[in-house]
Write a protein that binds this ligand. Structure first.
Ligand code: NAP
Length: 302
């Protein structure tokens, strides 16, 4: 039986691995899609101490190398459930079941959908959730971005490097993104902010040809003639496989200050937990606490 299984290979997962391996726990990591997590798609990170500017992918490669230096093994399989068997947990995966004393859930989150007509039909044909992945295909074209948070504003700025114009559609009259990046967006000649506006439909024949928006204050409607739309309206946690633990109404795992869930031996860290701030730096802190708590829990089992 393993001491610890870490679910997810993002910033929280790698930190948990580094701390766990240094504490000599017998552990391994399970990952569904590939190491790095959502942050690996981020063009540039400027708020992780020690790196004034680094791409998300490069930072995650450093995290992975660091964890592997201490002997981390990553198994590629999807976790489908975690069962509580008292003194041990059964982690159910697409490659079989694993018995472990403790589990740290670091499964992160994925982009939220807008749920408007045309979104599903045109995904991959003009609708995207990742500027770093797809921005290149819109070189010299006009695009819409949606949202007012850090992701929407940062990705809009990234897109200005290649597209002709970005219409940033936000449902309110103020952005919620960090002030420093807000300023850059507000002064960018390539970003045109559509305040108090919502997307009502994504139009086209075989690919996106326009985005219909409606002003929520005046009711005015128009169709922006764009070839792409990037949707950044928040995130939903990857916690659907977890039925045992308490979650909030949005599905984020509830934990206490020791990162303990309501089930002894199951811990959570990073974007998948209920937290007021989702950053690499907070995920890292969560994971260090979670491992320390897991160590204490495992010790008490003896
Ligand atoms: P977020 O902060 O939750 O922002 C989501 C944005 O989408 C908000 O502006 C929200 O509007 C808008 N929105 C939500 N649902 C909508 C809908 N149905 N229709 C239209 N607009 C909608 O999400 P995020 O930007 O993805 O960030 C997630 C977390 O990661 C945050 O904690 C963020 O700080 C963090 N993050 C940090 C960085 C960094 O470099 N520091 C980069 C990326 C993300 P309202 O403002 O009206 O609510």
């Amino acid at each position: 039986m393993k001491d610890l299984i870490i679910v997810g290979a993002g910033p929280a997962g790698f930190t948990a691995a580094i701390y766990g391996l240094r504490a000599k726990l017998d552990l391994f990591m399970l990952e569904k899609t590939g190491p790095g997590g959502q942050i690996a798609l981020s063009d540039v990170i400027e708020n992780y101490p020690g790196y004034s500017s680094i791409s998300g992918l490069e930072l995650m490669q450093k995290f992975e190398e660091h964890a592997k230096k201490f002997g981390l093994e990553i198994q590629s399989s999807e976790v489908t459930g975690v069962e509580d068997r008292g003194d041990y947990k059964l982690v159910k995966t697409t490659s079989g079941d694993i018995e472990t004393k403790a589990v740290i859930i670091c499964s992160g989150a994925k982009p939220r959908k807008l749920d408007v007509p045309g979104e599903k039909e045109f995904t991959g044909r003009g609708v995207s959730y990742c500027a770093t992945c797809d921005g290149f295909f819109f070189k010299g074209k006009d695009v819409v971005t949606v949202g007012g948070g850090d992701t929407a504003v940062k990705e809009s700025l990234f897109l200005t490097k290649m597209v002709n114009k970005v219409f940033l559609v936000h449902r309110r009259d103020a952005l919620r993104a960090e002030k420093i990046i807000q300023e850059k967006a507000l002064t960018s000649p390539k970003i045109n902010i559509q305040w108090d506006a919502v997307v009502t439909e994504i139009k086209g024949n075989t690919k996106v040809e326009g985005v219909a928006i409606k002003n929520v204050k005046t009711g005015a409607e128009e169709v922006l003639p764009v070839q792409g739309i990037f949707i950044f309206v928040g995130i939903v946690p990857n916690t659907g496989f977890l039925n045992l633990v308490d979650k909030d109404e949005a599905g984020f795992v509830k934990v206490n200050k020791k990162m303990e869930t309501n089930i002894p031996g199951i811990f959570a860290a990073g974007d998948c937990r209920d937290t007021p701030l989702r950053q690499v730096v907070t995920a890292v802190g969560d994971a260090a606490i979670a491992v320390t708590s897991a160590e204490t829990y495992i010790e008490r089992l003896k």
